[in-house]
Design a protein around this ligand. Structure first.
Ligand code: NAD
Ligand code: TYD
Length: 351
């Protein structure tokens, strides 16, 4: 039985991971430490909140005293570290929280784990963006690609990756890093391209595409990412890095048009296709042209590969957002915070 500390488990990937893990490993115990920033939503975890093997703790990963207490009280043997500021556009507007949470927060967890002497694994969930940008013909990033982060977000994740490496090399901490490509799927905050496009297209409102929409991302369905993390936790080698990717390289404009077409099919197009909502807007500063992951290492060594193509994954995702429009509106208006108060407020002595 593992005793896992998940950080950032109320966010998009973290909440998918917690549900996935409890489904597949009901004997393990999960403590979910999340500060509940704008991106964290405990409603995402309704399905598991009554499980005796699951516990939610609201708190900051930079709070070393809290982190230390949790390691001891929960007898943590495994850390799966998702907590981060994750949106590139926000990092361009205000990098401060990115450095605090992504760098100092990771350092606080590592330092606690070092002193406590973590038994099993410390998995840092990182990103392909640390490798920088590819040209149209360049081979995909493998694990030996040099680090060339271009945004405050990717630079802060790169710094955290370097700390992971140093804590393994210097102190023998059982660190593993995964670098994953762009995720999409249920429960993604509607500031990111896929859920933003779906919401705008459902509502018949403008869909902003940066530049001419020629940037390429390697899209992975979130459940495939979770199964990749499972493979690494179960069979990965400590001290190693594993790239995880979806094998679906798409230009933004093609992805946005596909979503418009799917919604036209499902809801009817009326007089004009939802493609007419697309607006090309001023580009993001320093916008990376292309990301793509070479996943041959994790496939060869751990036998993992993604299951979904973009066509199958995006169809599931569009259906989910259509069925969960209320969730989207509660997230946009901040209404989900009321749920936290109802569910946890009195237990925390506030109501
Ligand atoms: P998200 O923004 O949806 O969720 C982040 C979570 O971290 C939120 O629940 C938030 O409340 C929590 N958090 C933020 N600061 C905190 C702090 N100081 N203390 C405790 N909790 C805090 O992010 P996501 O898209 O689910 O990404 C999760 C991880 O995966 C991140 O580390 C990100 O860098 C990485 N990643 C994301 C993608 C992607 O496409 N979304 C791809 C590769 C890697
Ligand atoms: P995003 O979902 O922010 O992920 P990342 O920047 O981490 O790759 O953006 C995915 C791509 O979509 C990226 O090339 C930027 C682009 N994009 C738009 O064209 N319009 C938008 O409104 C957003 C949020 C992103």
């Amino acid at each position: 039985m593992r005793r896992i500390l998940v950080t950032g488990g109320a966010g998009f990937i973290g909440s998918n991971f917690v549900r996935f893990w409890i489904d597949h490993h009901p004997e393990d115990r999960i403590t979910n430490l999340d500060q509940l920033t704008y991106a964290g939503n405990v409603e995402n975890l309704k399905a598991v909140e009554s499980s005796p093997h699951y516990k939610f703790v609201r708190g900051d990963i930079c709070d070393s005293e809290l982190v230390r207490r949790l390691f001891h009280a929960e007898e943590v043997d495994t850390v799966v570290h998702f907590a981060a500021e994750s949106h590139v556009d926000r990092s361009i507007l205000a990098p401060d929280d990115f450095i605090r949470t992504n760098v100092h927060g990771t350092y606080t967890l590592l330092e606690t784990a070092r002193v406590y002497w973590l038994a099993a694994r410390f998995l840092h969930v990182s990103t392909d963006e640390v490798y920088g940008s590819l040209g149209p013909e360049d081979p995909a990033f493998n694990e030996a690609a040099p680090y060339r982060p271009n945004s405050p977000y990717s630079a802060s994740k790169a710094a955290a990756d370097h700390l992971m490496r140093a804590y393994h090399h210097t102190y023998g901490l059982p660190a593993i890093i995964t670098n994953c490509s762009n995720n999409y799927g249920p429960y993604q905050f509607p500031e990111k391209l896929v859920p933003l496009t779906i919401r705008q297209a459902i509502k018949g409102e403008s869909i902003p595409v940066y530049g001419v929409g020629a940037n390429i991302r390697d899209w992975i369905y979130v459940e495939d990412h979770c199964s990749g993390l499972e493979a690494v936790l179960e069979r990965g080698k400590v001290g190693e890095t594993y790239n995880i990717g979806g094998g679906n390289q798409w230009r933004n404009i093609d992805l946005v048009e596909t979503i418009c077409d799917l919604l036209d099919e499902k809801l009817g197009a009326g007089t004009s296709s939802r493609r007419s909502l697309i607006r090309f807007v001023q580009d993001r500063p320093g916008h990376d042209l292309r990301y793509a992951m070479d996943i041959s290492k994790i496939t060869r060594e751990l036998g993992w590969r993604p299951r979904e193509t973009l066509a199958t994954g995006i169809a599931k995702t569009v259906s989910w957002y259509l069925e969960h429009q209320e969730w989207v509106e509660r997230v946009i208006t901040g209404g989900y915070r009321d749920y936290f108060e109802t569910q946890y407020g009195s237990r925390l002595g506030r109501g």
